[in-house]
Ligand binder design. Sequence first.
Ligand SMILES: Nc1ncnc2c1ncn2[C@@H]1O[C@H](COP(=O)(O)OP(=O)(O)O)[C@@H](O)[C@H]1O
Ligand SMILES: [Mg+2]
Length: 210
Amino acid sequence: MNGPGRFITLEGGEGTGKSTLIAGLQDALAARGHEVVVTREPGGTPLAEAVRNLALHPPEGETWSPLAHALLMNTSREDHLRNLIRPALARGAWVICDRFADSTRAYQSIDGVSLAQLMSIEAMVVGDTRPDLTLILDAAPDALAERRRQRNVSDVFEQKEAAFHERVRAAFLEIAENEPHRCAVIDALGSPETVLGAALATIDDRMEAS
Ligand SMILES: Nc1ncnc2c1ncn2[C@@H]1O[C@H](COP(=O)(O)OP(=O)(O)O)[C@@H](O)[C@H]1O
Ligand SMILES: [Mg+2]
C-alpha cells in the first residue's frame, strides 16, 4: 500500500479505452471526496514529458536501441515518481496513471530486452512505489482496429502491425496472470459505462475503504 493515498495504473494496448476510462474514474472518485491526480507515462512532469518526446519521436532517420528505449522510459519514470506520484500519494491523493511500468515490461520485452533486465531496472526505479491496483483493459485486437484507425495518432508504437497488437495483449495477460493480487483484467469491449462500472466494482472489491 502507498498509504495514505492510492496508486492505480491503467494498462492495455492502443485503443483499449484507457483514456476514456480514466476520465470516468476521475469524476467518480472525485465525487467520493478524494483528491484525484491523473497522469500518464511516459511523461507526467516537464522533464518526463521531454524524455517522452525524445523516446517516441527521435530525430529523423534515427532509432533508439530497445535497451536505450527501456532506459528512457525508466528515466522519465524516475522523475515522474519523485516529483509527482510520491508527493501526491504522501498527501493522500488517489493517483491514476495512464500506463506505467507494465507497459515497459510488455513493449520493451517484445522489442527484445530480456524480462530479467527490465525487472531489474524497474525494481531500481520504482522501488516500493508499486501500484495498489492495475486495471488491464483487454480485447481482441481486431475488435479494436476500428477504434485505432479513428484516432489518427502516429508514434513509433502505432506504426507496427496487427500481429504486434496480439503480442502486446498476450504480454499484459501474462503480467495479470503472474500478479493476480495487483492486477485485474477488464473486458474493454463493453460500453464506456459498463467498463467504468466494472472498474469501480474492482476498486471497491480490492482496495481498503478510506
Ligand atoms: N468502451 C468503449 N466503447 C466504445 N468506444 C470506446 C470505448 N472506450 C473508448 N472508446 C473510443 O475508442 C477510442 C480509443 O479510446 P481511448 O480511451 O483513447 O483508448 P486508449 O487511451 O487506451 O488508447 C476513442 O475514440 C474512444 O472514444
Ligand atoms: Mg490514451
